[in-house]
Ligand binder design. Structure first.
Ligand SMILES: [Zn+2]
Length: 451
């Protein structure tokens, strides 16, 4: 019995040692794994493996245009493909190096052996850059053939554009930096997104631009002693404070210190003008605040939110609904250019734009057949919104960002009608609530605080 006990003890000891040994091995393995992930030592080779495993080696598609507008990336391009293969479906996907893929809503045509594809149906949907994991992604063209074969083609850059540095909106004091770039992987051209986390935005990078309409010698609409430029400036300052309270970095295009002689109507494209400021802010969103006037049949006033054509109107509708609810105001009765209750899309059609041009040169970007009428929405969006002010009208400087493939997503909000007394009074008494409606919308739509 004694001996048996001793043997049992010995066995227990052995088992214990073995357990400790296994735990140690596991710890060492975990530590090495953690070290590798932190330093990215084998990242490059595993990327090569995963992406090279799926893409065609001898054929790639060509990107003819890629655009970051607001928080979304979109592209279009084409590829020659032999006619004996029936195509069932073609779409652009973002494949990460772990093998997961995100499908991007795509349209395609296939004619004369040429497959053309585009994700640009709407400029503010597509690949949402705010929702990506901190991992590398590759953009690929995924083609499903009639024989149920699926092939992935890498993408090469056949545009005039280079790399884009994108910073996600600030959430919990952190941002992701996304380097959108073209490169090669073992001689195969690739279009990829390298994502890292940063602790602070660079000094010149903002989340949101708040634009109080008019200013300087441009008072905007006037009703008695009430001046549009002053009312919207007050609201804009409150909006900046409200957005900063949820952690966003905000740029005001003017703060009231501009001189009375400042010709803000015509200097908008100058070096320190609001269009240049917005374009240089790297911001994702711009909110321009205005007061409406002059619609004679409007007797009750109300809110109007203007958005870009060819865009998803979810945020515009959220803005209109939240302002109506929180500020206890109403949707405007104005029917022209109305898309939804409180939401408006005002455009210049292509022929109208061409007829109105002062110069014979036609620099229209040709993406869409309608262009935003409101310059603040159009000229901060670059090619996505058909920005075209090129200096040929001598009243204005050229918008030097008109050909940019990076654009700020703009919304113009008419808070109320300055010439409708009750509506004006309601705005004047409830500025803080109008602002709260806007802040709530941005907070909800972009998941600023809940992520
Ligand atoms: Zn105005």
């Amino acid at each position: 019995m004694k001996r048996k006990n001793k043997r049992k003890k010995l066995n227990l000891k052995k088992i214990l040692i073995m357990i400790i040994f296994i735990v140690m091995i596991l710890c060492i393995y975990k530590a090495i794994d953690f070290f590798i992930k932190q330093t990215g030592i084998i990242e490059a080779s595993s990327q090569v493996e995963e992406i090279l495993r799926v893409v065609e080696k001898n054929k790639h598609a060509s990107v003819s245009r890629y655009i970051v507008y607001g928080t979304h990336l979109n592209l279009e391009g084409n590829m020659q493909i032999a006619g004996d293969n029936q195509i069932k479906k073609a779409e652009v996907v973002a494949k990460d190096v772990s093998g997961e893929e995100i499908a991007i809503d795509s349209e395609y045509t296939y004619e004369d052996n040429l497959l053309s594809f585009s994700t640009l149906k709407e400029i503010n949907t597509g690949l949402n850059l705010e929702n990506l994991n901190v991992i590398d992604y590759y953009l690929l063209l995924k083609v499903e053939f009639a024989n149920n074969e699926t092939k992935y083609y890498s993408l090469s850059n056949d545009t005039e554009y280079g790399n884009i540095e994108y910073y996600t909106l600030t959430r919990n004091n952190t941002n992701n930096k996304i380097n959108i770039n073209f490169g090669t992987l073992e001689n195969i051209p690739v279009f990829r997104l390298n994502i890292t986390t940063v602790k602070e935005l660079p000094e010149d990078v903002y989340d949101v631009v708040v634009d109080p309409g008019h200013g300087g010698n441009d008072s905007g609409a006037i009703s008695g002693k009430y001046i549009e430029s002053d009312i919207v400036l007050d609201c804009a300052k409150r909006l900046k404070t409200g957005l900063e309270a949820i952690g966003l970095k905000v740029l005001l295009t003017r703060d009231g210190t501009e001189s009375e002689e400042d010709y803000t109507t015509y200097n908008i494209y100058d070096e320190d003008g609001r269009v240049t400021m917005a374009n240089e802010s790297h911001a994702k969103i711009l909110i321009s605040l205005h007061m409406n006037s002059n619609e004679e049949y409007i007797s009750e006033g109300g809110i109007e939110v203007y958005a870009a054509p060819n865009s998803d109107l979810t945020l515009a509708k959220l803005l209109a609904d939240n302002i109506v609810e929180v500020a206890n105001t109403q949707y405007s009765q104005n029917e022209s250019d109305k898309e939804l209750e409180g939401v408006y899309v005002r455009t210049i059609e292509l022929d109208e734009y061409i007829n109105n041009r002062n110069s014979s040169s036609n620099n229209y970007h040709g993406i869409f057949d309608s262009i935003p009428y409101l310059y603040i929405i159009r000229e901060i969006g670059g090619i996505a919104t058909g920005a075209y002010v090129d200096g040929s009208n001598s009243n204005y400087s050229a918008n030097k960002y008109r050909n940019s493939n990076v654009g700020v997503e703009g919304y113009l909000i008419e808070l109320g009608y300055i010439n409708v007394r009750e509506d004006l009074n309601h705005v004047l008494r409830n500025k803080e609530l109008y602002v709260k409606g806007i802040v709530n919308s941005i907070n909800t739509f972009y998941e600023i605080e809940q992520k």
